[in-house]
Design a protein around this ligand. Structure first.
Ligand code: SAM
Length: 273
């Protein structure tokens, strides 16, 4: 009989955030596949568990995948964990899950913490629809393009961002996505957990006043407000964008993006008598 591959979520900071089922599975499996063995050993030591570990990460995923599938086919059960949170969510493991499924191995999720859902659920932003963008690109021009593309998305945006880039990113959000609320969730479940809320420039100012910005950050951006949310008439908004130096066409595009509208809708509003 083949073994089972468990996709097991681990704490994102507070070691108490391990479910009872996760604990039982960690004790039962023959092997644990993890990213950084030192990180996983800390968690296992906290719970008095000793198990053979096998390391997988972005750079050896193909080879690790092959040997894990062989072990599963030979009947071993394996728990796949990441350094923190839910594996595969901006973490490696996708290839292993896909390969296991292809070979008919049963893959069982053991749900638990994820920074994305922890931040979203406590943010106070609408949760009916959200778009998870993962890590924003490290290169500023690519990041700016992505923010522009996402500006009209009718959903709360959630992304992971590095502390050394967060000030630049908040500046870009203010400029490229128009006025909207952001929530910065930092160090969730840890001693210095905090939520900063406000316009991108307000949150930026509060961070910039610190000697250094540290810790793990999940950033949430409210959806475009739509025509009813912003009281400025569209014609005035286009005028304002043109006074910032944009030509008429680009101003229309920018306003459409900020309001989450199609360009056509802005044209129509401008041409209404
Ligand atoms: N798989 C993980 C999960 O389910 O949350 C995410 C892994 S990803 C490599 C790590 C990123 O998640 C961090 O750089 C940060 O942006 C976010 N993150 C992880 N832990 C966090 C925490 N305690 N508070 C806020 N954000 C966190």
């Amino acid at each position: 009989m083949t073994g089972v591959l468990y996709i097991l979520a681990t704490p994102i900071g507070n070691l108490e955030d391990l479910t009872l089922r996760a604990l039982r599975i960690l004790k039962e499996v023959q092997r644990i596949a993890c990213e950084d063995t030192r990180q996983t050993r800390k968690l296992l030591a906290h719970y008095g568990i000793s198990k053979p570990l096998v390391s997988y990460h972005e750079h050896n995923e193909a080879a690790a995948c092959h040997s894990l599938v062989e072990r599963l086919l030979a009947g071993e059960s394996v728990a796949l964990v990441s350094d923190a949170g839910t594996p595969l969510i901006s973490d490696p493991g996708y290839r292993i899950v896909a390969a296991a499924r292809e070979r008919g191995i049963s893959v069982v999720p053991i749900p638990g913490p994820s920074a994305l859902l922890a931040a979203l659920s406590a943010s106070g932003l609408p949760t009916d629809a959200f778009h998870f963008a993962g890590f924003l690109p490290a290169k500023r021009s690519r990041r700016q393009r992505l923010l522009e593309d996402l500006a009209g998305e009718p959903a709360t945006l959630v992304c992971y961002e590095a502390p050394h880039r967060i000030l630049e990113t908040l500046e870009d959000i203010e400029r490229l996505m128009g006025p909207r609320r952001v929530v910065l969730a930092r160090e969730l479940t840890k001693v210095h957990e905090e939520f900063l809320t406000g316009s991108p420039s307000e949150v930026r100012a509060s961070l910039a006043a610190r000697p250094v910005v540290k810790g793990e950050i999940t950033l949430l951006i409210a959806r475009a407000e739509g025509p009813l949310g912003d009281p400025t008439p569209l014609a005035d908004a286009v005028e304002a964008a043109m006074s910032e130096g944009l030509n008429r066409m680009d101003a229309i595009k920018a306003v459409a993006r900020r309001r989450g509208l199609a360009k056509r809708e802005v044209y129509q509003a401008l041409n209404r008598p």
